[in-house]
Design a protein around this ligand. Sequence first.
Ligand SMILES: [Zn+2]
Length: 217
Amino acid sequence: MFVGHYAAALAGKAIAPKAPLWTYIGAAQLLDIGWSSLVMAGVEKVSFDPALPGSPLVLEHMPWTHSLPAAVIWSLAGLLLAKVLLRLPWWTAFAVGLVVFSHWATDWLVHRPDLEIWPGGEKVGYGLWNIPGAEKTLEMGLIALAGCAWLWKRGKYGRTAWPAMLFLGFLVALQMVGEFSEPAGSSFAFARLGLVVYLAVTAVAWLADLGKNRDEA
Ligand SMILES: [Zn+2]
């Protein structure tokens, strides 16, 4: 799951628009921002098996970012950061926390069993990666649905559609580039590329959301 995670961010922005879009976009990948950093630091481990269907990722060890209790703690941290740093209302900060947690829930759908219920405990994952057609349809379907909800909500606030359309096009283009590129050689290089992409998408989301209507804030 890559751009599919952003569907939760767009849905969050449509439902609780007081948080800036970049907050939701960063929140949707917060676990992977942590994961990339910890892989680069050598704390969490990933390797690649090109023979696997769908995604070549073998996620051997990621207790600090992708175990269930870790995901809950990251989500609570996201909620509190949104509340304290951005001074958002509680309901909006809660929506940001939920978007952080949505990452684990959607990873569960696609990952092969590599998500620990407890650090060192049973590993779960529904494994849609093993059926690549279904997995890609799910990601694109989620983006299309949430993208429509977001566009409709922006329209209600009288905002122009084109920055949002460009952002959605950018996400689809990113997905295509991801499909057709081989994972970078080392796990370090792969994690570094991931981190750059997650932060770049967050920055592009900030651009796409400029000029907000006063009713939203
Ligand atoms: Zn993840």
